[in-house]
Design a protein around this ligand. Sequence first.
Ligand code: NTF
Length: 833
Amino acid sequence: VEASIPEQLREAWRKHSASEFTSKEQFEKELVRHIETTLARSLYNCDDNAAYSGTALAFRDRLIIEWNRTQQRQTFNDQKRVYYLSLEFLMGRALDNAMLNVGQKEAARDGLKDLGFRIEDVISQEHDAALGNGGLGRLAACFLDSLATLNYPAWGYGLRYRYGIFKQEIIDGYQVEIPDYWLDNNPWEFPRHDVTVDIQFYGTVRKTQDQNGKVQHLWENGEIVQAVAYDVPIPGYGTKTTNNLRLWSSKASTGEFDFQKFNAGDYESAVADQQRAETISAVLYPNDNLERGKELRLKQQYFWCAASLFDIVRRFKKTKRAWSEFPDQVAIQLNDTHPTLAIVEMQRILVDIEDLEWDEAWRIVTKTFGYTNHTVLPEALEKWSVPLMQNLLPRHLQIIYEINLFFLQYVERNFPNDRDLLTRVSIIEESHPKMVRMAYLAIIGSHKVNGVAELHSDLLKTTLFKDFVEIYGPDRFTNVTNGVTPRRWLHQANPELSALIAKKLGGHEFLTDLTLLDKLEAFVDDKEFRTEWAAIKSRNKVRLAQLIKETTGYTVNPDALFDVQVKRIHEYKRQQLNIFGVIHRYLTIKGMSAEEKKKVVPRVSIFGGKAAPGYWMAKTIIHLINKVADVVNKDPDVGDLLKVIFIPDYNVSKAEVICPASDISEHISTAGTEGSGTSNMKFVLNGGLIIGTCDGANIEITREISEQNIFLFGNLAEDVEELRHRHFYGEFQLDPQLAKVFDAIKSNMFGDAAHFSALTASIEEHGDYYLVSDDFNSYIAAHAVVDQEFQNQKEWIAKSIASVARMGFFSTDRVINEYADSIWNVEPLAVKD
Ligand code: NTF
């Protein structure tokens, strides 16, 4: 390609090619230029917000230069690429991350100061990009950071929602949802109005034959919606690689269809079509670990899968390779079952459009796709009703039936006369209406299926996907334990700790090789180091206390033990266990003499998290936490010994303040329910200890940091079924300490008890599915040990340091390398200077 452009031309381009600032002076020049010209502001009317926009634009220029070069490099090099399909990318803010990843934060800090701004104030102007619900979306964002940092040729594909996850306000103790319109002057996206794909819905399938008598399926009529690409540059840390996140936005197709309407004078209906088309990418569904089978959600899924695959196939076809080479050039990873239709769409492209034989096409498809499962919760497993799919995607449903037929024939051959097995593994569930089981389709269409922590992957193999292990053998199933990016979750969120570690280890290399943290272990007994370590934790707690003051009005004592549980509110994550524990603590303190109170370790119990808008029990839990806070925080009998805080609108940028500031954090899901959890890793990486159940990645964290350094409690996953069974048959005794907590609630101590009756009844009367009562006693006991150990600060800090030293395993760099080796078979593309 390069050779086809005359040298003279290339020379002219090279001469004027954009260049990057590398000093404070150059940064200031860029900043002022953007403020004065791009933003049309001046010295006299530049506020923090304009300073933010100018700074973001200056950094955006840098990113886009490297983005361009990276795309060229990857195109010329023509090696295998990874495509990560995720309906959620919970990116948070971009500016601070961009500054640190390109290594110019100090230049920006000094430059902004020269011009009259504080960098922290400028950074905090940015609106979070909150295109995700929780762990699944944040994992995708951490993956992008690691893919770029490790120089993998990789693209993310997602949807450009006009509204991200709602903003949460707490009014009278209740969650209220406010739409999150985030796109106004977002400097981080590049509209690509030239990159569009027409996406078809509805219509009919007509069967015909071509000249050679080969059967053809023509998907006709229906409606067309246009997908427009918006690109977001993803800079790696300390590398020139800047990858692409491509988000699709929907709009009405500019085809004949609307021209006809316009010509017929039907303006209103043409505009209505326009709006209907735009609805597809309008809003992120706010459910975490729950699927509700809404048609618009299925439309979103197909719209995004079809646009992404068209794009991937278009790129592949430019290389003029044979189709058989597709899996050598392309790896597609499905982030949960949300993109499973991509499997069907790929088969449709190969068979219906590219005219390949079914079997050859299917070989290509299965070699290309990998599927990651993130949950075993039955209510989160996607199933789509057959009539709905028949209507929206008639050709795809036919292909699904065909895939199922061949699959069941294969099972039948290998396991003759096992009708039950066929019924169990069929992609189609024989219910009313019939349902398409997306997880089964994803397994059948992929060459690898992985869970996200060891226990989770084991549970998949022994329960949910047991039959498929029988059918395909164990090799299709594997584990890749989750991680977090240390750039955002240590270096950016906790700059002081990162600097202290760098001072001890002689540099910041640990940020790209997290296992180097193990060298910290040598300093556990270094008194001066321990003092500095503790001082940083204290300052981070002061920073959190400020956030608490700003967002709730409450003043908390930064010397108290900070006990944090921040994550989506869900019964399986058991915030109810935590708040019942807090009430138990409150009642205990209330019953104490002045002498006894002197021995109490002051504690601040901090909660944060959103409930899905339709999830009443989760909203009740939020309500209870806030009502307990109202009572406890103004009770003079308690004073500083206990404070209860609910931080509203928990999001990524608040997590960056919260994670560095915990003494302990809570990861207390009913054993066997949490896929992995990732905030557990963030808290430990920031020197907080954790209290948790033997669930998800807690188990591997324990293995790495040792049982000495974690507060474990509760029943084990292997005992859960038996306990639930016993509850079901009436063998249930409310834990006596929990009974006292319930009595307090029922005495209207926290307002009208009727508000909370569903919550207490779910435990006392309806089988206690999440084993809150069964685990209550050991939970309280574990907290007593926490109080005890917190009083020995020397030991506590030693544990904190030792834990951080052993967290090397939990970097997404390790995770991405595992996917690359064992699932994608892709290599990094080294960057020459
Ligand atoms: C979540 N799954 C799990 O609940 C978390 O334990 C896990 O850490 C993250 O995925 C990331 O792997 C989901 O959100 C979903 F969609 F699967 F329910």
